[in-house]
Ligand binder design. Structure first.
Ligand code: ING
Length: 333
């Protein structure tokens, strides 16, 4: 018996600094309506979907960036999205910048800032929340960069782990769903933590510059061919899906935002690691696929039957170590 859900990646084209949230939400509602016409039951929107990718802009006082954040979800600006989901009977994933007043590990409540994603049921109930763990880039202004990438300045490291929830979606009474955000997709640990919870659908949004802005590439000390940016993105998602026998939806915010280019190439990947749908523009674009979650069974009962084949006692370094340490040097007799 198959377990089919029709899902979509709702790629967004560029959002300029000056574009109001209401305009972006209207674009998202139109994508959701187009999804409904195609029988879509779950829509995955990008990372930081409500605003321009503001971590490219430096603010000495980070409070000056607070207007890019949401203080409540739903908020008055995002209410139309929740209303459309309810009207159309569609669940959705949304990436946004979150300000939360809550205690930290020391128990002190203060203004916390996260790069967040939520999974919302058609009725508007938030089924799952995730806060981005792998924050790329840097925390201080880098003069060597043409474009800054200040996620470490504006966001804390996510404190919710990589949760998975089994919840109804579409006509199915239960799917194991999890999330990650953008740079997380490059870290196999993130995929495996979700895989060890039986995830069947990984949703992720991304904002990925077309060219690297690191100092090394700016000064010519290192070279990364542009076509490899997309290759690395797809490689990460296809490998993660295959090695954890899960579906994955990776949705881009794409196009040129205030002169800075983000690539698109949103994809839907099946548990064999095959790309089953791919965006071809850098605009608002909907790609869809009928996903049969019974396809997850093959991998997790054979090659990736974790219980039979994994050997955690051999993996201690993955948890005990942060950075790489040099190996012993061979000394010929
Ligand atoms: N963006 C990029 C990403 O991981 C990046 C940053 C690009 C890192 C290319 C390394 C190479 O896709 C975000 N927002 O994480």
């Amino acid at each position: 018996m198959s377990r089919i859900l029709t899902l979509a990646a709702a790629q967004l084209g560029p959002i300029q600094k000056t574009e109001p949230r209401a305009s972006v939400v209207d674009r998202m509602v139109r994508l959701m309506e187009r999804a409904h016409q195609r029988g879509v039951e779950l829509v995955v929107f990008p990372e930081l979907a409500l605003t321009t990718f503001f971590p490219r802009h430096y603010h000495e006082d980070i409070a000056e960036a607070d207007h890019w954040f949401e203080r409540s979800m739903p908020s008055p600006e995002t209410a139309p999205l929740f209303a459309a989901a309810s009207r159309l009977g569609i669940g959705f994933h949304l990436g946004y910048a979150e300000i939360a007043h809550e205690p930290d590990v020391a128990g002190i409540a203060w203004k916390r800032r996260f790069n967040t994603a939520i999974l919302v049921a058609p009725c508007g109930q938030i089924l799952l929340k995730y806060r981005k763990v792998h924050l790329p880039g840097h925390a201080e202004f880098d003069p060597a960069r043409h474009v800054q990438h200040l996620e470490k300045r504006y966001f804390e490291v996510g404190d919710l782990g990589f949760p998975v929830i089994r919840a109804p979606m579409g006509k199915l009474d239960g799917i194991n769903m999890g999330m990650m955000i953008c740079n997380d997709r490059r870290w196999p640990e993130a995929w495996r933590v979700l895989g060890l919870q039986g995830v069947e659908l990984v949703m992720l949004g991304y904002n990925t510059p077309t060219t690297n802005q690191d100092a090394a590439t700016q000064t010519g000390a290192a070279f990364e061919a542009p076509h490899l940016r997309v290759f690395h993105s797809h490689l990460s998602v296809q490998a993660g899906a295959y090695q954890n026998a899960t579906f994955a939806v990776a949705t881009a915010k794409a196009g040129i935002e205030d002169g800075c280019e983000l690539f698109g190439h949103s994809i839907i990947v099946n548990p064999q690691g095959e790309i089953v749908a791919q965006a071809t523009s850098r605009e608002d674009e909907l790609i869809t696929a009928d996903c049969d979650f019974d396809q997850c069974r093959l991998g997790r009962t054979t090659i990736f039957d974790f219980e039979r084949h994994r050997r955690p006692e051999a993996y201690r370094r993955i948890v005990d170590q942060i950075g790489a340490i040099s190996p012993p040097v061979f000394i010929p007799r």
